[in-house]
Design a protein around this ligand. Structure first.
Ligand SMILES: C[S@@+](CC[C@H](N)C(=O)[O-])C[C@H]1O[C@@H](n2cnc3c(N)ncnc32)[C@H](O)[C@@H]1O
Length: 215
């Protein structure tokens, strides 16, 4: 299912603040180096949305689950103030080696703390108090419910958690889709909407993006 008409999708892409040279080169290098995985990268309009949300929430402490080659982390870190911090979680040294190069070029290295380990281990080791202002989850889909349960109690009131791929190309609407990741995402979406710790809205941006704000 196309969540949005492809023509509208192109129009949206061409009517947001354009990618700069660094982001364009990162996208091109990712496509060249990892052609079969490059589709995992967020689109540029989603990246602009992340930067804007980080700025609008005034976030200083951010967490990202799922770095890949770093497009979303550049967009998040650029929205932070100079003394802000992004904790970036991934399991791949190979993919994040590209991310590290672009963080360096973007002057963001001092703002980003990369942890190579299963994200659930990194998140469980974080301080328990509510200090996180902004979190973005875009990793293994079956892990989302676990990441959500570690992140929401650590969000400060007014803090935002953003979940990517919540529509799974429309498969969450079809109970006949029983792929493990689709089932996990369907459950995730039910959990968020019933969670009285947050206010939430699901946006038809790309593959679906949920914003949940801690009450
Ligand atoms: C969809 S990609 C992230 C794309 C990225 N947000 C971007 O804009 O390019 C998913 C990433 O999650 C990572 N990942 C998968 N399982 C993970 C886990 N258990 N813990 C941490 N990261 C994981 C993968 O290595 C991959 O880099």
């Amino acid at each position: 299912m196309d969540i949005i008409d492809p023509g509208v999708s192109d129009y949206l892409l061409s009517h947001c603040t354009p990618a700069d040279d660094l982001l364009r080169e990162l996208a091109a290098e990712t496509r060249e180096a990892f052609p079969s995985s490059a589709g995992m990268q967020i689109s540029h309009d989603e990246g602009e949305l992340l930067t804007m949300l980080v700025r609008l929430t005034g976030a200083r402490q951010a967490v990202e689950v799922g770095v890949f080659t770093g497009y979303s982390s550049v967009c998040i870190a650029r929205g932070l103030p100079a003394d802000g911090r992004l904790l970036a979680c991934d399991v791949s040294d190979e993919w994040t080696s590209i991310a590290r190069r672009y963080w360096e070029r973007a002057g963001l290295t001092d703002r980003i703390d990369l942890r190579i380990a299963p994200a659930i281990e990194t998140l469980r080791a974080l301080p328990a108090e509510p200090y996180i202002d902004f979190a973005f989850v875009d990793a293994d889909k079956v892990g989302y419910p676990l990441y959500y349960e570690e992140l929401v109690p650590r969000l400060r009131p007014g803090g935002l958690i953003v979940l990517d791929n919540v529509l799974r190309a429309g498969r969450v609407l079809d109970p006949a889709c029983e792929d493990e990741a689709d089932v996990a995402m369907r459950r995730m979406n039910e959990t968020v909407v019933a969670d009285d710790r947050v206010d939430s809205v699901m946006l038809p941006v790309r593959d679906g993006v949920t914003l949940a704000r801690r009450r």
